[in-house]
Design a protein around this ligand. Structure first.
Ligand SMILES: [Ca+2]
Ligand SMILES: [Ca+2]
Length: 105
């Protein structure tokens, strides 16, 4: 899921099918972080430009370049990355949270 959110605190509600208790990993990343260093820099923008026009299955297609996950590297992906340019993460803990909770049945 991709969501565009402003700074703040959020509650995430989710549900599953078979277990009444479960452990989840929640990964949060800035859209446009093509190299996975959790920041969006000019290097990421360059990588997206190099993949521009590629579709899923092409050699130049990499999912990390596909910000909206629609299977094509397009202007939308570049625009989304551009908006997150110079984003600095609040902490390393922010990105991966292990959540234990109940699952609605
Ligand atoms: Ca990056
Ligand atoms: Ca895309």
């Amino acid at each position: 899921m991709i969501a565009e959110l402003s700074a703040g605190q959020y509650r995430i509600d989710f549900s599953g099918e078979n277990e009444d208790r479960a452990r989840f990993d929640l990964e949060v990343f800035p859209v446009g972080d093509a190299d996975g260093d959790r920041a969006v820099t000019d290097l990421d923008l360059d990588a997206i430009r190099q993949g521009f026009g590629a579709s899923a299955g092409d050699d130049r297609y990499h999912i990390a370049l596909d910000g909206d996950l629609d299977g094509r590297i397009s202007a939308t992906d570049l625009t989304m990355a551009y908006r997150n340019r110079h984003y600095s993460p609040p902490s390393s803990d922010f990105f991966t949270q292990e959540i234990e909770g109940s699952v609605a049945q």
